[in-house]
Write a protein that binds this ligand. Structure first.
Ligand code: EPU
Length: 427
């Protein structure tokens, strides 16, 4: 097991490149199950969640190669192998195997998903959708059993706007008989990306990116080639990092439209920002001004950027309130930032941050993926050395982070934990 050591305060400057979108990738890869011939996806991030999904596709008989961001999946010999344990429990997005395998084989057994602990993360809306399409769904000893004689299109109203449920129902419905309508659907760009792949495979999906998605079922889906969209959350993390510790940074391979809520908030804080077609320049602010944020479904401020943003707010003048309306318990990073001298506390679903303070290097632990990003940003801002453990969370969502940050002038490296440190983590 390793830790990340960061020497804070180095001037960061230059260009940093964004990879393909994790939250798209984790759905695109399971979507390949639905095809009857090989599918190629370009631009995938080299993160542990994708390696995990590759292993799962292989477990069900897929032939998969993954090199330089390009994955080729030959689904010809896939079978409806039950996956109650093992890798499925290691990531959240394994729930997409439910929709994809149900859509293809009319049956699936998938263990309940893992992923970051952000408070309750039910999948009742996914199940409601599968049932509306005609599946019988049971939970037997921690695994979800799905069976259907046939899948029939249905009208499904989501009680909660959910990215996962919207995509999972699309996956299950593309080969169902007749028309499915998903109402109150999530509108995230990742949903459009998955619909684009499925349509290139021969599906008939209209309205992805709006709150009503119409799907006319087809009998066959074929292989195709697809290029993934850039990761707006990785890009947003770099924008925040640039505002917090940069001296002029260009973020390359972005769709600026996907980042409007963040851009607006950074500008409100006095951060100079310039946009080009697929690049964003983030300059250095004279004095950052505190702003409140409230996370909302897209196109609102993304919950996935809430934690990194709180690190930036420690440097801003005034008091800020950060409210997470999506995940009630996404504040485990707050205690760690306090170890680094941040003046902040959690009140209900909000964190209150008072600034500016100079963060100090400390030993901290990432409890989840975006908490990890928040701590790395804090480490870059801090005086002295910060040591971050819990790197397995960061590796789930950020590819080649040390290399990318070193290229813009950061001083950071990974180091094996000593026996003593390992003991401390276990206790
Ligand atoms: N919800 C329900 N019932 C459901 C599904 C969701 O009550 O059946 C609730 C959740 O508890 C939450 C809200 O609805 O309060 C939104 O959840 P959603 O289903 O949209 O989240 P998700 O699909 O499980 C994805 C991303 C998350 C991101 C959220 C919100 C993936 C694999 N994960 O999760 O990404 O935070 O959407 O945008 O796409 C991350 O990247 O760090 C991450 C956690």
């Amino acid at each position: 097991m390793e830790k990340l050591k960061i020497v804070g305060g180095r001037p960061l400057k230059g260009t940093i490149k964004v990879d393909g979108a994790k939250n798209s990738a984790v759905a695109l890869v399971p979507a390949t199950i639905l095809a009857e011939s090989p599918v190629t996806i370009e631009g995938l991030p080299d993160i542990s969640d994708i390696h995990m999904l590759k292993g799962l596709l292989e477990e069900i008989g897929g032939e998969v190669t993954f090199k330089d961001g390009e994955m080729q999946v030959d689904p010809t010999n896939m079978i409806a192998m039950p996956l109650p344990n093992g890798r499925v429990k290691k990531l959240r997005a394994s729930y997409y195997l439910m929709g994809a395998m149900l859509g293809k084989f009319k049956k699936a057994v998938i263990g309940l998903p893992g992923g970051c602990h952000l408070g309750p993360r039910p999948i009742d809306q996914h199940i409601k959708g599968f049932e509306a399409l005609g599946a019988e769904v049971t939970n037997e000893q921690g695994a979800i059993y799905l069976r259907a004689k046939e899948l029939r299109g249905a009208r499904i109203y989501l009680d909660v706007v959910s990215v996962g449920a919207t995509i999972n129902i699309m996956l299950a419905a593309v080969k169902a008989k007749g028309r499915t309508v998903i109402e109150n659907a999530a509108k995230e760009p990742e949903i459009i990306d998955v619909a684009t792949l499925l349509n290139n495979m021969g599906a008939k999906i209209k309205g992805a990116g709006t709150d009503i998605i119409r799907i006319d079922g087809v009998e066959h889906l074929n292989g195709c080639r697809h290029t993934i969209i850039p990761d707006r959350i990785e890009a947003g993390t770099f924008m925040i990092l640039a505002a917090a510790a940069g001296d002029g940074i260009v973020i390359d391979n972005v769709i600026p439209l996907h980042l409007e809520s963040l851009t607006a908030k950074l500008r409100e804080m006095n951060v100079p920002i310039e946009m080009a077609d697929d690049k964003i320049f983030v300059g250095k602010a004279d004095q950052l001004k505190a702003v409140d944020i409230k996370t909302l479904v897209y196109p609102g401020f993304p919950t996935d950027l809430q934690q990194p943003f709180t690190s930036l707010l420690t440097k801003a003048e005034g008091s800020a309130i950060v409210t997470d309306t999506i995940y009630s318990a996404r504040f485990k990073h707050v205690d760690e930032l306090r170890r680094m001298n941040a003046n902040m506390k959690v009140e209900g679903r909000s964190a209150v941050i008072n600034g500016p303070v100079q963060l100090q290097g400390a030993k901290v632990k990432a409890s989840d993926l975006r908490a990890g990003a928040a701590l790395v940003i804090a480490g870059l801002m801090a005086e002295g050395i910060t040591e971050v453990t819990g790197l397995e969370h960061i590796d789930r969502g950020y590819s080649r982070l040390v290399e990318k940050l070193s290229d813009i002038g950061a001083e950071l490296w990974r180091e094996e934990l000593s026996e003593e440190e390992l003991e401390q983590i276990k206790s």
